[in-house]
Design a protein around this ligand. Sequence first.
Ligand SMILES: *[C@@H]1O[C@H](CO)[C@@H](O)[C@H](O)[C@H]1NC(C)=O
Ligand SMILES: *[C@@H]1O[C@H](CO)[C@@H](O)[C@H](O)[C@H]1NC(C)=O
Ligand SMILES: *[C@@H]1O[C@H](CO)[C@@H](O)[C@H](O)[C@H]1NC(C)=O
Ligand SMILES: *[C@@H]1O[C@H](CO)[C@@H](O)[C@H](O)[C@H]1NC(C)=O
Length: 669
Amino acid sequence: MRSHLLALGATLVASVLATPSSTYVRHEKRTSLPSGWRTDGKLPGHEILPMRVALSQSNLDKAEEYLMEVSHPDSPKFGQHWSTEEVAKAFAPKQESVNAVTEWLKSSGIAPERISRSQSLGWLQFDATVAEAEDLLKTKYYLHRHTDTGKPHVACNDYHIPKHLSRHVDFITPTVHFDAKIPQVDVPRRPIEVRYLEGRPPKTTLSTAAVGVPVQTKAAVQVITNPKNSYHPKKGADVDIHRLSDELRMCNVHITPNCLRALYRFPPNSRANRKNSYGIVEYTPQAYLQGDLDLFFANFSTNQVQRTPTTDLIDGAVVQNIVESFAYNGESDLDLEYAMALVNPQPVTLYQVGDLVEGASFNTFLDAIDGSYCTAGGGDDPTQDPPYPDPLPGGYTGPKNCGGFAATKVISTSYGYNEADLTAAYERRQCNEYMKLGLQGTTIIYSSGDNGVAGNLRQCISTNSTGNGTTYNDGTSGKFNPGFPSTCPYVTSVGATQVVPGASVTAPEEACETVIFSGGGFSNVFPLPSYQATAVKSFFANFPPPYTAAQFNNTQKTRGFPDISANGANYVVAVDGVFTLVYGTSASAPVVGSIITLINQVRLDRGKSSVGFINPTLYANPGILNDITLGGNQGCGTPGFTAVKGWDPVTGLGTPNFPKMLSKFLSLP
Ligand SMILES: *[C@@H]1O[C@H](CO)[C@@H](O)[C@H](O)[C@H]1NC(C)=O
Ligand SMILES: *[C@@H]1O[C@H](CO)[C@@H](O)[C@H](O)[C@H]1NC(C)=O
Ligand SMILES: *[C@@H]1O[C@H](CO)[C@@H](O)[C@H](O)[C@H]1NC(C)=O
Ligand SMILES: *[C@@H]1O[C@H](CO)[C@@H](O)[C@H](O)[C@H]1NC(C)=O
């Protein structure tokens, strides 16, 4: 009886679906190919596609409420973080969604025995011929080829699903999405730049080589092996270490750990807490050199010589030493030298992610620290996230690392995409994972970008709209190009400041305008979070920016970034055996991460929890930060936004004032 009723239901659904495409709605579309790709014709109908349906998770409408409950300073439940199991249970897709999608597939001729589910039902998976998939999604599949590497990629331009399923499906793959592995964007990107110490560095660096460079290019293997690769940051002259003797008087020309302690008023640390932890994320082929750490420690943190980070190798990761140059070692050396020195003797965890062949995406990392993402909740996208085991020659052949690594209490990452590189559905899904980590008491820190209101490679969004969707230009005009994950409201985005040239370390800082400009602006995807509403409203009321919707989403209803900032200019870093100066929000992020780690240590010493998601406390207590009111973040042929009194999309709420932050966080439950 029961099974008959079910069969009847399926038949009814089928007959509805068989009626014209009016019951179908477009679910996602992409109107142009990412630069660097060309279409290589239709895909033959008999080819097999590994289809995956990302089911909508439940209770996401309550996510902000849940997170505020454990992170808002006025909440009596502040610090009562959730367990991994509680998180997985709260957000697992509803059975109703699983059923609805399964019925649709069945009625469209995908027999039930062909469909499998991921452990927690987050994904439905099946193999289908191109012809079947085209019929199912009312679309056409094309083979695309990368113009430089010849790498093939299967995609359609849009796809449709029955209207009643829209709320049950996040997205389906493979469809419109394109490759977005971190090294493809970020090794080419100049995360940090080096300039000569002699004389004043130029106000801006023109990276003409970057103009016209495809947004998404170059597999990691190309970056590693291709000597013609033109992306490497420029390496400056060495710093004469003897000139650093009067360290604290020189902070306007070189930043050292003691300069940062003076700027943000935090002492050298003296102890570790076993419950405390601090993670720095690096994406292969970026790698640190122990010799560089030792050189740095010998000069700036003598008892740490030969100290290594606790290294978690994720998905066949290697700390590669095949290629040694600023482009490959600069980011890792910078992050680890400063993070390790500032929290010493607290150990620092290095999450080294991805092998030399596939590279990795942020989702690869999330998989490794949060099993619910790869098995239970389900967030990976096989067309955007590298597959492990790695199918390419020489790649990692072991199993995908899933949930095997603990999340540290603070996780700092100095890499990023343009928000426009990825689809909104993909970004929302990843952003929700940061929310889940916040619920579990982890502080997620991302650098805000180094190109002001422009995006990676200093590109802006072309306003030459021909209906072809997002394309980037040379950065001299166009729409502002905000960065992701910084626009995710569940991360803490860190911008950059500098000591005013010629000023002392005790004088107020200004927005960084040396070599780099602090990334900042407003999301085109994420709505304004409640914790930020007052700050953003008062910014628009008191200092309305002189731009229109042609430059940015000026509805005042979208997430603004960054949240906080820290010095990002003139860092003395040991790279490839010499000291050089380094610039970027890449430097600012691990400094803020270190300060939060020191605050966690005192809370943990007193039997309290880690601070977790800090934004609600920062925005409710702007006085615990040093407001920055000078400078701007130029880009896209404009002066960008201006640092003003209160929050601004250049330096956020300002730089850390450690004693005030510590006292506030210690006053919370
Ligand atoms: C700093 O590093 C240089 C270069 O290795 C070394 O010669 C010098 O002794 C170091 N200074 C200190 C104070 O350790
Ligand atoms: C639009 O495209 C034309 C032709 O490619 C170019 O000359 C012009 O500068 C572009 N304008 C903008 C605002 O990007
Ligand atoms: C838009 O797409 C059409 C068709 O693919 C192409 O012919 C045209 O050159 C594209 N225009 C731009 C500005 O990319
Ligand atoms: C601006 O953001 C709002 C709120 O997220 C959104 O509804 C609107 O569509 C966006 N406008 C544009 C032009 O992107």
